[in-house]
Every structure is written in structure tokens, then in C-alpha cells.
Design a protein around this ligand. Structure first.
Ligand code: PNS
Length: 219
């Protein structure tokens, strides 16, 4: 029966010549190399397109680290901690996927965690130029590190975090574009922003005077 544990008297015994054979293989071929890759990005917020790529990456790499860039110059919608929590929840079903954050150069981070490849997604030809530029610059900085491009499913080829943010902020449906958890977090953020905008309006300020990143629109 597949998957059923073997009775204790059925365990194959490791004979000395089996051990010797395995050791000889290791000596001749070297130890089997495990390939670790990083999947760097902003993930603000993570989408189903990202998840699709993570799933594909987890099948070809032994280990995959989803690495969120901590970029103090950007003004993200979600904090790094929020993005990390969302990605951890989204990837909890993959044994070989973990989530981390980094700052500085991607190649330096890759080296620090002993990754041998950088995974990036290409949705359409329009992505190619920018991705090629980054991949070649990364190769110049760190020739031993390979960039591997993968394509997400066609149904996600138009999907981006920026569009998800915009559609959600303007009251459009983002169902099926992001995992349920991300959709819920986006709605919470938008509700808070609407309350903030309402308070400002009743205090006599115009919405542009406030700090809200959202336009006031009913969902
Ligand atoms: O999800 P994004 O915003 O397209 O990800 C871009 C990212 C984070 C991969 C890229 O901006 C990056 O690698 N930044 C780290 C700084 C760095 O290494 N810059 C040189 C890239 S050639």
C-alpha cells in the first residue's frame, strides 16, 4: 500500500557494501548540490501572480527564499512587517519556501544567504527590457549568480501590485487577483483611510490637504 509504514521487520538493512557504494558515489561525483534561489521584490501587496511564480519556483529549486526589499525611499502601502506576514501565510503550504527581508544590493543578499540564483517573473515583452537590464547588471556585480526567469500563468499576465492597489483604492473588485487574506487587508486599509478622509472633511480640510493615500470612494 503506498505511503503505509513498513512493519519493523520489513525495513531494508543497510549492508556494508551499500554504504561503501554510496560513499564511493559521493567521492566520485561530489555531494549532491542543493540549489537555493531568492525571489526578490517589493510585494506591495503580494498578488496571485507572485504566488503562481513562488509555486513554480518551489518545484525547480530545492529552497526558495521570498525576499522583500526594505526600501526607505519608497512610500509603500503596506509596511514590510505586514507584507512579510501576508507572504508567510500565503506560502505556509510550501515546505521549501521561506520569507525574509533585505536591504542594499540584491546580489549581496543572495551571497549572504548562499543562494545561487535569482528568480524573477516575466509577464509580457514589456517586462523584458527592465528585467534584462537588472539581470545583466546583477551578473556584472556577481558573475557566479544566475537570474532565472519564469512566466506566471497567462491569466496573471496583466496583473501587478500597482494595478491591484489602484483598483482597490478606487473601489473596483480585486477578487481572484490576490489571495483572500490580502484582499481583506486591503479593504481594512481602505476603510481606515476613508474614516481618516471623513474626519478631515468634517474638520473643514480638503482631502488633498490630508495625508491619506486614498481617494474617497465608496466600495
Ligand atoms: O517587485 P519589484 O519592485 O519589481 O522588485 C525590484 C527589486 C527589488 C528586485 C529591485 O529593485 C532590486 O533588486 N533592488 C535592490 C537594489 C539593487 O540590487 N539594485 C540593483 C539592481 S540591478
Amino acid at each position: 500500500m503506498p505511503g503505509a509504514p513498513l512493519p519493523s521487520n520489513c525495513h531494508p538493512r543497510l549492508r556494508p557494501h551499500t554504504i561503501l557504494f554510496s560513499l564511493t558515489l559521493v567521492v566520485i561525483r561530489g555531494p549532491v548540490k542543493r540549489i537555493k534561489a531568492i525571489y526578490p521584490g517589493s510585494f506591495d501587496p503580494p498578488t496571485n501572480g507572485h504566488l503562481d511564480l513562488i509555486e513554480r519556483g518551489s518545484k525547480i529549486f530545492d529552497e526558495l527564499v521570498v525576499a522583500i526589499l526594505r526600501n526607505p525611499e519608497k512610500d509603500p502601502l503596506f509596511s514590510v512587517a505586514d507584507r512579510r506576514k501576508m507572504l508567510e501565510a500565503m506560502t505556509s503550504g510550501f515546505d521549501n519556501v521561506s520569507v525574509d527581508t533585505f536591504d542594499g544590493l540584491t546580489v549581496d543578499y543572495a551571497l549572504r544567504v548562499e543562494a545561487r540564483a535569482i528568480l524573477r517573473g516575466i509577464r509580457a515583452i514589456s517586462d523584458y527590457e527592465y528585467e534584462l537590464q537588472m539581470a545583466l547588471m546583477n551578473r556584472k556585480l556577481q558573475p557566479g549568480l544566475e537570474t532565472v526567469f519564469m512566466m506566471p500563468a497567462e491569466k496573471y499576465s496583466y496583473l501587478s501590485s500597482r494595478l491591484v492597489r489602484e483598483v482597490a483604492q478606487l473601489g473596483g473588485s480585486i477578487e481572484c487577483l490576490v489571495p483572500d487574506l490580502v484582499e481583506q487587508k486591503l479593504r481594512e486599509k481602505i476603510d481606515v483611510a476613508h474614516k481618516f478622509a471623513n474626519r478631515e472633511q468634517s474638520a473643514g480640510k480638503t482631502p488633498s490637504e490630508g495625508k491619506s493615500k486614498f481617494r474617497k470612494k465608496k466600495l
